[in-house]
Write a protein that binds this ligand. Sequence first.
Ligand code: EPU
Length: 417
Amino acid sequence: MDKIQINGGRKLEGEVAISGAKNAALPLIASAILVDGTCEFNNVPHLMDISSIRLLLEDLGAKCFFEDHVMTVDGSGINKIEAEYDLVRKMRASILVLGPLLARFGHAKVSLPGGCAIGARPVNMHLSGLAALGANIHIDQGYIEARAEKLTGSEIYFDIPTVTGTENLMMAAVLAKGQTVLRNAAREPEIICLADALNQMGADISGAGSAIIQIQGVDKLRPARITVIPDRIETGTFMVAAAATRGDVRINGCNPDHIGGVISKLKEAGVRIDTRADQIRVRGGDPVKSVDIQTLPYPGFPTDMQAQFMTLMCVAQGTSMIHESIFENRFIHANELMRMGADITLSKTNLAIVKGVPELQAAPVMASDLRASASLVIAGLMAKGTTVISRVYHMDRGYEAIEEKFSVLGADMVRIK
Ligand code: EPU
C-alpha cells in the first residue's frame, strides 16, 4: 500500500489549479443511465471513485471512454439492472445508480451500502422517497430491489437534507408521470450542477439550490455535453494548507461562492483572503486565532472540511470548539493529530475541544477516510521533520494528483510505493 512522506516546515507559495468536483461528477455520470445515447462530461477528475463509478456503469452495459478529463458514457447498451456488491462496497456513492435505473428500466437491484468509518450512513430516505414515487421496495440478501412500471410524481419531505438522497430522487422523478416536489432538499452546489445537467438533457427541474425542488416529469431525456463544477472541498483544503504553512497561494479555477463558510471562518481566524471570480488568494502570516465551527448542510460549514480545519486549529492561539453535526464518527483524525502533539479533547456529543499548541511534531500516522487523510497531509506540511502517512488509498479516492499539486507549491512531499 502506498504511503506519503512529507518533510514539513515549508511555506506553500505559488499557484494551484483546482480539479473538477468528485461529488458533482459522480451523480452526473450516474445520470447518463437515463439517456439512450452518448453524454459527454468535461472536467472530470482522474480519481479512484471516478474509476469505481465507471466500472459500475460498464458492468451494467454502458460504454465509457475517459481521457484527459473528458468522459463519454453511452447508455444505449445498458442491459443489466443490478449493481453488484463487489462494485458497491468499494464506494457508497454507487447508490446513485438506483434512481436512474429504476426510472429508465422500471426495475433496479443495488447492493445495500454498509456503514463506513465516519458513520452508519443509512439510505432510508432514498428508499422512502422512491416508495413515495410508487416504487415497490424490498431488501433481500443485502440487496435493495425496487420495481415500478411507471413512477408517479409525489410530494417528498426529507427529515434531514441528504445530498445523494436528493440527487437520487431528482434522477428518479425526471421520468415520472406528473410533478414531484422535494421539500427540505439538500442545497449543495453539486445539486444545482446535476439539475442543470438534467435540464440540458431535457428534464424540467426548478428550484435546485433551494430547499424546495420541483420536477415535472418528461417522457425521455436526450444526450448532452456537461461540464463538472470545480471541487469546493479541494479548494478549501488548499486554502487551509496555505494558511497552516503561513504561505501565499493563489488557488485558480475555483468558485469562491461555493466555499463561503470556510472563507468566513479563515478570515475570522485572521487569515488574509482575497477573492476574484474564479480565484482565491490566501495569505497566512501571524499565528491564526482559534475560532469555533459547527458543520451543517450547505451553505453551512461543510463536514468535508472539518478535519482539515481542525488541523489548523491545533496550532491556533486559544481554544476552538469543533462541533460535527452531520456524521456521528468523524473525529478519527483527532487521535492521529494527538499523536503529532495536538491537544484535543473529544466529548461524547460530537464536540472536539482543540487547545492550540505552538507546533505539531512529525510522526508516522494513518489515514482513516478521505478528508482525514487531507488533514494529516496538512499536519505533515506544518510539522518540522518527516511525517509518513499510511493508507493513502483513502486520499486517492478524492484528491487528484495531490503530491504533484503540493510539490509545485514548494512542499517536500513524495509517494512511497
Ligand atoms: N442520512 C440518513 N438517511 C438517509 C440519508 C442520509 O439518515 O437516507 C443522514 C446521514 O447519515 C448523515 C446526513 O443524513 O447523517 C447527511 O448525509 P448525506 O446523505 O447528505 O450524505 P451523502 O449523500 O451520503 C454526501 C457526500 C459526502 C458528504 C456528505 C455531507 C457524495 C458522493 N458524498 O454524502 O462526501 O460528506 O454528502 O455533505 O456526494 C466526501 O467527499 O468525503 C464525502 C464523505
